[in-house]
Design a protein around this ligand. Structure first.
Ligand code: AMP
Ligand code: GLY
Length: 458
């Protein structure tokens, strides 16, 4: 840090440029935060960060119609790191929060660390190697194997050992789980009942069914149980466990129909008892962070644990290196402390100094989606009724944009409505009553978010 005050008698050259003085004075007390992404997760993150007294302004790139109400949207392509850099410098950004996984897998953190102008800008997310926990299923499985982290048994196949892969399938009980190694927009996992189908799909995946992402395929043992999403924020040394959530992935009520990006969420999850959390910490979180340290992976960010609760024992189905969507829309509403400060401390490796508090409410999130989603759907439908939603609910925009003065649909998942209650029943009632007030042509949603968990609340 340079000295920023010019004393009488000093020449101008001795002091720093006036623009620098202004920016340093501003940033000394007020932070500018940049959130990268455009979904409901990013709206929820920006909403929570904007509540911090330390935050002067939140920028969202590229954002959506909802994020425009909590900060300033900056329309850039976030895959273009030079464009991100320009935004960071132009708006004196102190802290960058990377919403989706792709920029992390593409090395945005390494880009920041290697750039003289960006080196001191705080950024939340792992480096390129750390992001492989999500970017490569085979990498994640080997990592878990090295550190004895419980996960499904597996075998990795490429075109060079196809016969072994076909054979391995015969050693498993159905159903058969096939996973494209790389990122495949959430579509790269197939679960098949018949061995013949599994063997055919394995061949198709290796021949490019999911492009380069399935040039390598991980065959996994099927895990039976209930899924839960747990979220860890780590500075590479210490960690905070954020509220967990249950995500509802299928399009139809009763977990029927196609997989989606997520149709709703509930937090907390009643079967995530202190005993379960302790098992997750001892068997998964601590060995994961130890492993990252041992391998000298620079990891200051979120670790999203996709877990299967198998009779009370947690198994890792997947790691993600970002927050979940739509889980974040509920999780952010349960954090009562300054989230921007938590992220700032995390990025500095000082998580231990941060203050963190969660409220005991139950949140239920209902995702409103476009008719036809997750297959083909129309865009540009005018959304009305937003102003009728009770201020007690939190509305996160997922796939919306402004069209003049209108808010219109621009994606499959459109809006997430979150409500709180003292239990699931109360939160559900509020969330659904308000979700009904938002109207657009083709609107669809699940009616059973949280119903399966109510037996635990009884
Ligand atoms: P992933 O992209 O790895 O999260 O997988 C997508 C979905 O497939 C998960 O959310 C689970 O519902 C299911 N799944 C993945 N792996 C397994 C497994 N080994 N056993 C049972 N279900 C699985
Ligand atoms: N809700 C699951 C995910 O974000 O991957």
């Amino acid at each position: 840090m340079e000295r920023i005050i010019m004393y009488p008698g000093e020449t101008k050259e001795d002091a720093v440029d006036l623009k620098d003085i202004q920016s340093q004075l501003i940033t000394a007390v007020n932070w500018n935060v940049l959130v990268l992404g455009s979904g409901g997760r990013e709206h929820a993150l920006a909403w929570k960060i904007a509540q911090s007294e330390k935050v002067s302004k939140v920028y969202i790139a590229p954002g959506n119609a909802g994020t425009a109400s909590v900060g300033q949207n900056v329309v850039i392509n976030i895959a273009d790191f030079q464009a991100v850099k320009d935004v960071v410098l132009k708006y004196y950004i102190n802290l960058v929060v990377v919403g989706p996984e792709q920029p992390l897998v593409d090395g945005i953190v390494d880009f920041f660390k290697a750039d003289e102008d960006l080196r001191d800008v705080k950024i939340i997310g792992p480096d390129r190697v750390g992001a492989q926990l999500e970017g490569s299923k085979a990498f994640a499985k080997k990592f878990m194997e090295r550190y004895g982290i419980p996960t499904a048994k597996c075998f990795t196949v490429t075109s060079s050992n196809l016969d072994e892969g076909l054979n391995y399938l015969t050693t498993l009980e159905p159903p058969y789980v096939l996973k494209a190694d790389g990122l495949a927009a959430g579509k790269g996992v197939l679960i098949l009942d018949a061995i013949a189908d599994a063997q055919n799909e394995l061949k198709e995946m290796l021949s490019g069914k999911f492009g380069a992402a399935s040039a390598k395929v991980v065959i996994e043992q099927f895990l039976k149980g209930i899924e839960v999403s747990m979220f860890v924020l780590t500075d590479g040394e210490n960690y905070v466990i954020l509220p967990e959530a249950k995500d509802y992935k299928r399009i139809g009520d009763g977990d029927t129909g196609l997989n989606t990006g997520g149709m709703g969420a509930v937090s907390p999850v009643p079967f995530v008892t202190p005993d379960f959390v302790k098992k997750v910490e001892d068997r998964i979180i601590k060995p994961t962070i130890e492993g990252l340290k041992k391998e000298k992976i620079d990891y200051k960010g979120f670790i999203f644990l996709g877990l299967m609760n198998c009779g009370g024992d947690p198994y890792v189905i997947e790691y993600n290196v970002r927050m979940g969507d739509p889980e974040t829309e509920g999780v952010m509403t349960r954090i009562d402390s300054d989230f921007a400060e938590l992220l700032d401390k995390c990025a500095q490796g000082k998580l231990k100094e941060a203050h963190y508090k969660v409220n005991p409410d139950t949140s239920v999130t209902v995702m409103l989606v476009s008719g036809g989603y997750p297959e083909a759907y129309k865009k540009g439908m005018k959304i009305t009724g937003l102003e009728d939603v009770c201020p007690c609910c939190i509305v996160a925009h997922a796939g919306t944009k402004l069209d003049g003065n209108d808010v219109v649909t621009s994606g499959g998942r459109v809006i997430a409505v979150t409500a709180h209650g003292k239990n699931i029943e109360e939160a559900r009632e509020k969330a659904y009553n308000n979700a009904k007030k938002i109207v657009f042509e083709g609107k669809n949603y699940r009616h059973d978010i949280g119903l399966d968990l109510m037996k635990y609340n009884a």
